[in-house]
Design a binder for this molecule. Structure first.
Ligand SMILES: CC(C)(COP(=O)(O)OP(=O)(O)OC[C@H]1O[C@@H](n2cnc3c(N)ncnc32)[C@H](O)[C@@H]1OP(=O)(O)O)[C@@H](O)C(=O)NCCC(=O)NCCS
Length: 185
């Protein structure tokens, strides 16, 4: 996939690729235990790990393999979280979206807003056929985020290799919205 960095924002948040200056804020945010518990972000996690992640993110944007963003406050630029579109170069199977929000920024719609922005970009501008979010069965909050952002719950599937031993994910998916301008541009 050939990627151009999109201008994704609403009146509360801006999505942009991670930059070197984000390393300290990313490393601080992912110390919250729910992030390694419910995502593939490893623990322990240092500022050096964040710096390496930021370099991998830049490479992913260049190769088109993935589109990782940080979520920042539109008014202040403060880092609120992370959201990424993954598996873009995979020949079979859908692209996946993963996200986390810093503990102090939760409960005010940040994840829902970010997921809506990424989904619209992926389906309308990148013209992907299908997007998935995979949420652990225990993660009810993220299940509500996916549903609120317009994803459909498909069912439970097995996962192997999560460091916590968690092994059941719920798949949420979204396809192009009927009546969108998809295909017209
Ligand atoms: C799951 C997670 C991303 C949710 O982030 P968030 O920004 O708090 O999510 P939202 O604010 O969009 O939604 C959470 C709550 O805020 C409420 N909310 C408050 N104001 C809101 C607004 N303006 N718009 C939407 N929701 C709002 C929602 O009603 C929702 O309540 P509910 O969870 O009781 O239904 C966050 O808890 C997290 O990072 N968890 C750890 C990592 C993780 O689980 N990642 C996802 C893996 S699939």
């Amino acid at each position: 996939v050939r990627l151009t960095v999109p201008a994704l924002h609403d009146d509360a948040i801006v999505l942009r690729p991670p930059e070197a200056g984000d390393a300290a804020a990313i490393a601080a945010a992912v110390q919250d235990p729910d992030i390694p518990r419910f995502t593939m972000v490893p623990s322990p996690y240092t500022v050096d790990d964040a710096a390496a992640y930021i370099e991998r993110s830049a490479a992913a944007w260049r190769s088109g393999a993935a589109a990782p963003f940080v979520i920042v406050d539109a008014a202040t630029g403060t880092l609120l979280g992370s959201i990424g579109l993954h598996d873009l170069g995979v020949a079979t199977g859908p692209a996946h979206v993963g996200y986390w929000v810093a503990a102090e920024a939760r409960g005010r719609g940040v994840a829902t807003r970010a997921l809506r922005l990424v989904a619209r970009w992926a389906l309308e501008d990148l013209a992907l056929d299908r997007l998935e979010v995979q949420v652990f069965v225990e993660n009810e909050r993220s299940q509500r985020v996916a549903a609120r952002a317009g994803f459909t719950r498909d069912g439970i599937r097995a996962v192997v290799g999560h460091p916590t031993g968690r092994d059941e994910l719920i798949g949420y998916s979204m396809g192009p919205t009927p009546g969108s301008d998809r295909g017209v541009r």
